[in-house]
Design a protein around this ligand. Structure first.
Ligand code: PA5
Length: 554
């Protein structure tokens, strides 16, 4: 190897991760620029300092001859050394050089680099796709007093010995799912995308929120995709349904009807309408090939209908309840139809499953989050506010609201889950959070690398006074808003904040995140001494409604 400690070398960034950046050097030697070696100041977001594809002059600080791998530093390169760097091009100009050949080789470099470091550079926290930051809690949570209880509950969950244990199918699902069914879903999703221009997902509650959340989170609200996914079956609103039906008159659409029970009234009414519209457009036989049913393996009206009509069916395992079903065919088929890699999503969930199968509270951030929720509930907080800084993550919060409200809101107990999208809602709810009744704590989900970015342009006249942030990325402004708000809420408002930071939202990290929340919810509900998997309260309105509608037997 031709490198020695102290050498100055030029290298290209191939990948940015939470703990630094991987680089490749001229002779294809690879290396790691650890976050602590980037700058002398504290770095919150590496993407503001480094760019994939850009060249940097770095100093070699360690050489691993055997693995052909360097550890390098950016901060140890002096100003003089930088100026003396031959060619004298600054980083920005260098990043414009044509690196097409290098780019093509990058995936290989990245894989090799990742294999080489073999987890030695990353500690447990760094490996996790969700970083749980507890440093913004105002209260001092006494974790030690929870350790024994958490351990007992963890063992109970995994031994399936606690109330609701027959609904723990989601727990090991990322390891136990039916591979054939996954392959069928992927194949059918491809067909749907090539034969139709629209998929209508027909379901309610746990039978649609996860798919909606994932599709918006990973594709954004205005994706550049001619294939549309729309939702029906989640409302009795005549206006909504009539408008969707009008929209569909001119679309070549398929239907994915999803209902575990197969008898949910909102979904059944919508499905009847959708089916008749489809049949009137393409005929009964063709319609059968455009209908996909996701339901119980054996029971329910939908299952009977699907069998009679010969629809392609996917199965929601009997031991997985609606709000824990996003990683089952309930969520996965529509997500696959949106062109998202559902295998990667399950891989992420599996990683979370392994990471959080740990009874030790102090080594399990997922359980720490559950404990904080319990602590807040027992210390005068009535409400948990889920906060994001991205409108396309709003439905993640809707999914969370169902998960926690239906799992915990029983026996006159539980936190009220609510949500806000900042900075939008800082202009409506912000006053209350900062200065109103101290009833809530915030759980903030921040994605460090946005899906897209925008540069604020220069304006010669500067009438709006914005030139002080010209050429800055909007993601930079959004992050400053996040940091400023966090400080205001924590220090001035005395609002407890749990910060969940995700490096980048991908199918894999979203699968991880979904699992993180489901496991945390199970622990949190058991800490509260309620069964996380039933929902007796939601039956009462249905009985009254059926009585008022004149349904037989009510
Ligand atoms: O989480 C739940 O169990 C509920 O929200 C259900 O998902 C919802 O009521 C829809 O039920 P079904 O899938 O049986 O139509």
């Amino acid at each position: 190897m031709n490198y020695q400690v102290g050498d100055l070398v030029q290298g290209t960034i191939t990948r940015i991760v939470s703990y630094g950046a991987f680089m490749v050097f001229e002779d294809e030697t690879q290396g790691l620029l650890h976050i602590s070696e980037v700058a002398n100041s504290y770095i919150r977001n590496l993407y503001h300092y480094l760019h994939v594809g850009a060249i940097y002059l770095v100093k070699v600080i360690a050489v691993d001859e055997e693995k052909n791998f360097l550890k390098v530093s950016l901060k140890q390169v002096s100003k003089e050394e930088r100026l003396a760097d031959k060619g004298g091009l600054n980083d920005r100009i260098k990043s414009r050089i044509d690196f097409t050949a290098l780019k093509a080789a990058m995936p290989k470099f990245i894989d090799e680099a990742l294999n080489k470091i073999n987890h030695t550079t990353a500690n447990k926290e760094e490996e996790s796709m969700v970083k749980v930051d507890l440093s913004h809690l105002v209260d001092k949570v006494d974790f030690a007093s929870y350790e024994a209880k958490v351990k007992t509950i963890h063992e109970g969950i995994h031994a399936k010995s606690l109330p609701g244990n027959d609904f723990l199918g989601w727990l090991n699902y990322p390891n136990e799912y039916d591979q054939n069914e996954l392959a069928l879903m992927m194949e059918k999703a491809k067909e749907v995308r090539s034969h139709f221009d629209t998929l209508v997902v027909c379901g309610i509650g746990g039978s649609y929120l996860g798919a909606l959340a994932a599709i918006n989170a990973l594709k954004g609200l205005y994706p550049d995709d001619p294939f549309k996914i729309i939702f029906m079956g989640q409302t009795f609103s005549a206006t909504y349904i009539a408008q969707v039906m009008d929209y569909l008159k001119n679309r070549n659409f398929a239907i994915n009807v999803i209902s575990k029970s197969g008898t949910t009234t909102e979904t059944s009414i919508s499905f009847r309408l959708l089916k008749q519209l489809l049949e009137s457009k393409v005929g009964k036989e063709k319609a059968k090939n455009a209908i996909f049913a996701t339901t119980d393996k054996e029971k329910g009206a939908l299952k009977q209908e699907a069998m009679k009509e010969g629809y392609t069916t996917f199965t929601l395992p009997g031991d997985i309840g609606g709000r824990y079903s996003v990683l089952s065919p309930v969520g996965l088929f529509p997500i696959a139809c949106a062109g998202i890699d559902i295998k990667a999503m399950l891989e992420g969930a599996k990683e979370a499953m392994n990471n959080y199968n740990n009874a030790e509270l102090m080594n399990n951030p997922c359980y720490q989050y559950a404990v904080i929720r319990d602590y807040m509930y027992h210390h005068d907080k009535q409400c948990e506010m889920f906060v994001t800084y991205e409108p396309h993550l709003k439905e993640i919060a809707e999914w969370l609201k169902q998960l926690f409200a239906e799992s915990e809101g029983k026996g006159h107990k539980g936190l009220l889950p609510t949500s806000a999208t900042f900075s939008t809602d800082l202009h409506s709810l912000g006053q209350f959070i900062q200065d109103g009744s101290p009833v809530l704590f915030e759980t903030l989900l921040f994605i460090k690398k946005p899906m897209k970015d925008v540069i604020i342009p220069h304006d010669n006249e500067d009438l709006d006074g914005l030139n002080y942030i010209e050429n800055k990325a909007l993601s930079f402004v959004n992050e400053r808003a996040y940091l400023g708000t966090l400080a205001a809420h924590e220090h001035d408002g005395k609002v407890n904040n749990v910060v969940l930071e995700v490096e980048e939202l991908t199918a894999k990290s979203l699968g991880y995140l979904f699992y993180f929340f489901m496991k945390a919810c199970a622990m949190s509900a058991y800490l509260l001494d309620v069964n996380p998997f039933d929902q007796p309260g939601v039956e009462i309105y249905k009985k009254n409604m059926f009585h008022l509608l004149g349904k037989k037997g009510y």
